[in-house]
Write a protein that binds this ligand. Structure first.
Ligand SMILES: Cc1cc2nc3c(=O)[nH]c(=O)nc-3n(C[C@H](O)[C@H](O)[C@H](O)COP(=O)(O)OP(=O)(O)OC[C@H]3O[C@@H](n4cnc5c(N)ncnc54)[C@H](O)[C@@H]3O)c2cc1C
Length: 528
């Protein structure tokens, strides 16, 4: 691997390669690693470096004109390894219903089948260090449910964590060292795009470093792996610079989705009821936690989105305060990337909000979490007061979108303007889960739902740092941006990878799927 740093690169460099990948987060690193086997010369160009640089991070600045994002919260990172330097590693796959065309959800239905996608999940799981295959994950879920859930009404959602979250850049250093056909360029940001005369082929991209050095990269094929917001922003900028380019213009940036998330609602279990599985526990290779959604049948009957809830123990004020201090200490001792400088605790007025953000399974090293769970199993009285974490699938809405702002970044390019919208459909789907769960708990004599479903309102929901749908996959350019092989409609050699290509959002965390799609794209590019 040849590594060019901006500090030592001469000015006005030119590179030529077979494949140029823009962005070295989970998508870009997975794609490059997989493509390396083809023997092609690959250049990976990454804006960030080995450590956080505030001036580079400022290139991520956005203007928000819709539902606001959490203040003081870093929701993506410009650094080698991308946002995987922050993530706590919660992994969930998309589900068959997410791929289907649902008559009650406009713009639903992917151009590929669930089976086509699912074949890449086991290999993606291996890369992430989570349960070996989806089948394993399913087996893990079902037998240990102490309380039999009515699967006609509900569906079990399984989240898994590896023993420690994969920091892609660390893995890269080991794996790329022996690969001579990958050139890694860090500290250079792609900012200008040149197409051929008919504007049907991207010929070269121009990159710039903060010290104003320039680099042009010519390639046979390009792949944008720059994250769900930047993928759209780059294409909008490229279109602005090349007004006669024929690519799927009007859909770029539209259908922006996240997984709106709210800590709202409480359950009080009856004495003796143990719902430990729902609070998460260690399994071979990591941690699992079960959540609860509604079955596909009920979603269809009631015309709902595929949302779900999960549960955490409710903490009292004193416990929460000492927990906060303990977390800060652990954070410093363990140098856990996902908690350092990513959130400002003073912005959480609600203890329940804080408990969600900082659950032990996402903070503690795995060995300590195992001890914590082991000690928990000796409690005479099981935890009876639980808070509900609501996680939504979003309605694909063309008016929830990214456009270009009038404000510019340090390279003179417009920053992204994000108009994020939620709708009643998201709220209604969560209310339906609460309603069904409340009725079922009562009927089974297990406990009660302590809050009213009508209490749940849009202001309760925050974003989850999952940026989805802005370069969506579709068969036709009229309904999307990339085709089923992730190639931009209308351009012969430009591909996009990451959660921006998801046609619908599902409600599970996206990175397992991002890695699966990067493997699928590598398979396609390797053949063609
Ligand atoms: C706090 C937090 C917690 C999260 N928790 C989870 C979780 O538990 N589970 C989960 O599945 N997901 C989680 N996520 C989301 C997860 O991190 C992302 O889904 C994942 O990192 C996306 O991978 P990516 O490669 O598509 O994009 P990124 O990781 O964002 O990487 C994109 C890279 O492209 C580079 N780049 C951008 N523009 C340019 C340009 N013009 N030129 C050159 N380089 C460029 C960036 O610097 C960056 O390194 C979390 C995110 C955050 C912020």
């Amino acid at each position: 691997m040849k590594h060019i740093l901006d500090g030592n690169a001469p000015d006005q460099q030119h590179m030529q390669c077979d494949l140029c990948i823009v962005g070295a987060g989970p998508a870009g690193i997975t794609l490059a690693t997989e493509m390396a086997k083809s023997g092609l010369h690959i250049v990976v160009v990454e804006s960030g470096q080995n450590a956080v640089n505030n001036n580079i991070q400022a290139l991520n600045n956005v203007q928000s004109t819709g539902k606001t994002f959490r203040p003081n919260f870093i929701n993506r990172l410009r650094m080698l390894g991308g946002t995987s330097n922050l993530w706590p590693g919660r992994c969930m796959p998309l589900e068959p219903i997410d791929f289907s065309s649902r008559a009650w959800i406009a713009h639903s239905g992917w151009p590929i089948s669930y089976e086509e996608y699912a074949q890449y999940l086991p290999k993606a799981a291996k890369i992430l260090g989570i349960a070996d295959s989806q089948a394993d994950a399913k087996n893990l879920a079902m037998p240990s449910v102490a309380i039999p859930i009515d699967l006609n009404t509900f569906s079990i959602k399984l989240a898994v964590w590896a023993k420690s979250p994969l920091r892609f850049a660390k893995k890269l250093n080991k794996r790329w060292a022996s690969l001579s056909n990958i050139s890694l360029v860090t500290g250079f940001t792609a900012f200008d795009y040149s197409f051929n005369k008919s504007a049907t082929t991207l010929e070269q991209i121009h990159c710039r470093s903060l010290s104003n050095k320039t680099l042009s990269i010519r390639a046979s094929r390009f792949v944008l792996c720059s994250g769900g917001i930047e993928n759209a922003r780059i294409l909008l900028i490229a279109k602005q610079q090349n007004p006669n380019a024929t690519f799927a213009t009007d859909n770029i940036g539209r259908f922006f989705m996240d997984h709106p998330r709210a800590v709202k609602g409480e359950i009080r279990l009856n004495k003796g009821v143990n719902w430990g599985e729902f609070l998460g526990h260690p399994v071979a290779g990591g941690i699992k936690q079960m959540g609860i959604g509604l079955s596909a049948q009920v979603q269809q009957q009631q015309q709902l989105l595929n949302s779900y809830i999960c549960l955490e123990p409710r903490a009292n004020v004193v416990v929460a305060k000492s927990y906060d201090t303990a977390v800060q200490t652990v954070k410093q001792l363990m140098s856990k990337g996902h908690t350092s400088n990513r959130l400002d605790l003073t912005s959480f007025g609600l203890i329940t909000g804080m408990v969600y953000q900082l659950t032990p399974k996402e903070i503690l090293p795995n060995w300590l979490y195992c001890i914590y769970c082991w000690l928990r199993s000796f409690l005479k009285e099981h935890k009876r007061d639980l808070v509900i974490i609501n996680q939504c699938e979003q309605l694909p809405n063309p008016d929830s979108r990214i456009t270009l702002s009038n404000k510019t970044d340090t390279f003179g390019n417009p920053i992204a303007s994000i108009h994020w919208q939620m709708s009643n459909a998201e709220i209604k789907s969560i209310q339906a889960i609460h309603q069904a769960l409340g009725a079922w708990l009562k009927e089974q004599g297990l406990g009660e739902l302590k809050t009213s479903v009508t209490d749940i309102q849009e202001p309760d929901f925050d974003e989850a740092s999952h940026h989805i749908g802005t370069t969506r996959m579709s068969n036709e350019p009229q309904s999307g941006v990339v085709d089923s092989n992730l190639k931009l409609h209308g351009i012969s050699n430009l591909y996009v990878c990451g959660s921006s290509v998801f046609t619908t959002s599902g409600s599970g965390n996206p990175t397992w799927s991002i890695v699966a799609f990067a493997l699928r794209l590598a398979n396609h590019l390797g053949k063609s």
